[in-house]
Design a binder for this molecule. Structure first.
Ligand SMILES: Nc1ncnc2c1ncn2[C@@H]1O[C@H](COP(=O)(O)OP(=O)(O)O)[C@@H](O)[C@H]1O
Ligand SMILES: [Mg+2]
Length: 375
């Protein structure tokens, strides 16, 4: 049986720890070791992450939606298996919660190889990478999450490793130092990022396969929620699943989180089944509207409208105004607000659309006219 393990060292600096805290809400399952069945679980993993691990699809068949991406990948995996070669390096791009980590594990499972998981900022020094690459087994899937945050020295070492399955190791110091090339086992690097724009092009060019994740379609999210309910052994009506899917931002992680809350509500209200009524009442209590916006999303829109007259406002200014880091704004909130047609990115900054005014039931006058009117 192939094994899953978390690459050492997961040691975090203080800055990392505070970043991790900031992101804890949106990338709960992303913590190194979140899915590791071994004793290597990360101390920061919370109970809900375990629930997420439980829901994680284990095979391509269980991995719902993203049809085109899955079909192609299935072909590449089969071909690599038949040739008894390591799969080409794989680059996964997409907003949080869409299944990048899950897919990386599924690929390892389908290939029948070991899975090693790390997060780019956890590798501080070149020797951390050397330690991992020299100890992996043949054809291992080595998953680096948040690959846009790799340190340059590590990135350069990775280039040679990816291309030639070799690493440069510097021995000694000063004038006596020399470089030794060490062969390593063939492996598949899977890099995941929410920010493809921040990944250096020499690194991108070394990935043979690129997968872009898009938000899931309604029908796929419904399938996911029904599958998860099955695993939790809770009953959910079809119209309740549909209603829940509608408010889930096309994101599996979100629908699973909402399902857990609905399970709580159903239990509290002594309902045997999660009905549409439970979902509607539950979502109201969570202040999640029919577009899937939470209070904070609406606050962002309202802020742009009320303080910045609908925009444009620079991302940094906006992030400060709403008390979020720019990463959280850009990675978590914005992609969906853009996809839902509520805000637009322009060269001068973010602007709300007419739909945002409509959704919040605000008139444009409330924000003040853009040009001073004379009459
Ligand atoms: N295609 C899918 N089918 C079913 N469940 C999924 C799928 N993709 C993701 N999930 C669920 O959503 C959760 C979040 O996925 P994850 O892979 O951690 O997202 P990402 O790494 O992109 O942030 C997983 O725990 C899994 O249960
Ligand atoms: Mg992830």
């Amino acid at each position: 049986m192939a094994k899953i393990r978390q690459a050492r060292p997961p040691v975090q600096t203080d800055r990392e720890a505070s970043n991790a805290e900031q992101r804890a809400f949106q990338t709960a399952a992303d913590k190194p070791g979140a899915a590791a069945p071994s004793g290597l679980a990360h101390p920061e993993i919370r109970a809900e992450d375990d629930a997420e691990g439980m829901l994680r699809p284990r095979s391509l068949n269980e991995f719902l939606g993203q049809r085109a991406l899955k079909e192609n990948l299935g072909i590449f995996i089969k071909a690599a298996r038949e040739r008894k070669e390591a799969l080409d390096h794989l680059f996964l791009i997409g907003p949080p919660g869409l299944g990048k980590t899950t897919l990386a594990q599924v690929v390892a499972g389908e290939l029948g190889v070991d899975f090693v998981h790390t997060i780019a900022p956890a590798m501080e020094k070149a020797k951390d990478l050397v330690g991992i690459l020299t100890s992996v087994t043949d054809k291992t899937v080595f998953f680096i999450d948040e690959i846009h945050r790799l340190k340059p020295a590590i990135e350069e070492m990775l280039y040679i490793a990816m291309e030639d399955y070799e690493i440069d190791w510097i021995i000694g110091q000063g004038p006596g130092a020399r470089t030794m090339r060490l062969p390593i086992k063939p492996f598949t690097l899977i890099g995941a990022t929410t920010k493809a724009g921040n990944v250096a092009s020499p690194l991108i060019s070394r990935f043979g396969i690129t997968c872009h994740f898009s938000f899931y379609e309604q029908a796929d999210v419904e399938d996911i929620v029904r599958r998860s309910a099955g695993i939790f052994k809770v009953k959910i009506d079809d119209d309740a699943a549909a209603r829940l899917a509608k408010s889930s931002r096309g994101t599996p992680r979100v629908v699973n989180r909402l399902l857990r809350r609905m399970r709580d509500f159903a239990q509290a209200w002594h309902e045997q089944t999660i009905t549409k009524k439970v979902v509607e009442e539950g979502l109201k209590r969570l202040e999640i509207d029919e577009l899937g916006l939470e209070r904070h999303d609406r606050d962002i829109l309202r802020m742009i409208i009320e303080r910045y007259k609908g925009g444009p406002v620079g991302a940094e200014t906006l992030a400060i105004s709403i008390g979020e880091s720019i990463e959280t704004l850009e990675d978590y909130y914005e992609p969906f607000l853009i996809q839902a047609g509520l805000i637009q990115r322009t060269p001068r900054g973010r602007m709300v659309t007419a739909l945002a005014y409509e959704h919040l039931k605000l008139s444009r006058d409330r924000a003040g006219p853009e040009e001073p009117r004379l009459f």
